[in-house]
Design a protein around this ligand. Structure first.
Ligand code: GDP
Length: 364
């Protein structure tokens, strides 16, 4: 699965947010075939109105959304790159995640702030600095060797050097690895370096209860920063989300959200934005037993999508029968979509489109 690591200074609301996410997931657990939740890892269903429509049309007995993992990464403090706090352990956890959810304290309240005052931009910079220092350290430890091998003409080493040198330069100048312009061919080389500052970022402003619908002066500063960096941004109140997550009755939940001036929970927005940020696409399998959403990376071909369901389906892949979700819904189901000529037969080279409904044909 794909995952987002929740980072932020102590006391910004990370565990409050994490607990709200997992509580909301557990409330829906009845529908779930796998809901293993480790202490700091939670799997959360990704809301998708298309899946609900498909299930309605196909009268599927079960609806199974695709999932996104959230990891609560506690322990980042000023000086982490020098081994302060949980230091290296914390950094190792961040290297494993696909995207970073950077939670920033934008609420006043009585909670002690480790830096003495509310200032989300300073806090964001504190964390970014630690991540950049750690990335620079990791590159510098490999660079000498790579440069030597590159001089000897090793092709791999030349490719790596051509990525590492500009990235190291950017980091020395206080810029994250994601700010470096690379060619599409260089992107996989960058990914292999497992740098923290090359991962996509979603800033989440944690505001006071009263400011969830409007945001506040702090979240506006964060919004500006996110825009300048091309990062995502969502405003929530983690404390409120914890209350919303505890409500199991959907009508009660909707009424509470409306009272707050929201049409959707902050968690739903966080999950959707995290998913969007990872550049993932969703395909569906739909039948009377279940309607299910699955995830692949953008650019995946049909056999790779089949492989998400089962490795046998990828190995024995013959073809994919495909109906676009909107056609499936508009025609009123699979057989009428087929009759209307909306089904395509695609081969191994087909690039999966967001919203494809698939039947895979494969040899066992
Ligand atoms: P962590 O150290 O980042 O995991 O932070 P916690 O989730 O433990 O939260 C630290 C404190 O901030 C707790 O006392 C929370 O109740 C409080 N807190 C978290 N989110 C909010 C919020 O949205 N509004 C207010 N007023 N307090 C919050």
């Amino acid at each position: 699965g794909f995952n987002c690591g929740i980072v932020g200074l102590p006391n910004v609301g990370k565990s409050t947010l994490f607990n709200a996410l997992t509580e909301a997931a557990q409330a829906e657990a009845a529908n779930y075939p796998f809901c293993t939740i480790e202490p700091n890892v939670g799997r959360v269903p990704v809301p998708d109105a298309r899946l609900d429509r498909l299930a309605e049309v196909a009268k599927s007995a079960k609806v199974l959304p695709t999932q996104l993992e959230f990891v609560d990464i506690a322990g980042l403090v000023r000086g982490a790159s020098k081994g302060e706090g949980l230091g290296n352990q914390f950094l190792a956890n961040i290297r494993q995640v696909d995207a970073i959810l950077h939670l920033l304290r934008c609420f006043e309240g009585d909670t002690t702030h480790v830096e003495g005052s509310v200032d989300p931009i300073r806090d964001a910079e504190t964390i970014d600095t630690e991540l950049m220092l750690a990335d620079l350290d990791s590159i510098e430890r490999q660079l000498d060797q790579i440069q030597k091998k590159a001089k000897q003409g090793e092709k791999d080493a030349i490719e790596r050097r051509n990525v590492m040198e500009p990235v190291a330069e950017a980091l020395r100048n206080g810029k994250p690895a994601r700010a470096v312009q690379l060619t599409p061919e260089q992107q996989p080389v960058l990914r292999q370096l497992h740098l923290m500052t090359s991962k996509p970022v979603l800033y989440v402003s944690n505001v006071d209860e009263g400011a969830v619908a409007t945001g506040n002066k702090y979240s506006e500063m964060v919004a500006e920063r996110a825009k300048a960096e091309g990062a995502g941004h969502v405003v929530i109140s983690a404390a409120i989300e914890a209350e919303v997550a505890a409500l199991t009755d959907p009508e009660e939940k909707q009424a509470f959200l409306e009272e707050l001036g929201l049409n959707e929970s902050g968690l739903a927005r966080v999950i959707k934005e995290g998913y969007r940020l990872l550049d993932l696409i969703t395909f569906f399998t739909v039948g009377p037993k279940e309607a299910r959403a699955w995830t692949v990376r953008r650019g995946a071909n049909a056999p790779e999508a089949a492989g998400v369901i089962h490795s046998d389906m990828q190995r024995g892949f013959i073809r994919a029968e495909t109906i676009f979700w909107q056609d499936f819904v508009d025609c009123g189901g699979e057989s009428s979509a087929k009759e209307a000529g909306k089904m395509r037969v695609e081969g191994r080279d087909y690039t999966v489109k967001d919203g494809d409904v698939f039947h895979f044909r494969f040899n066992v």
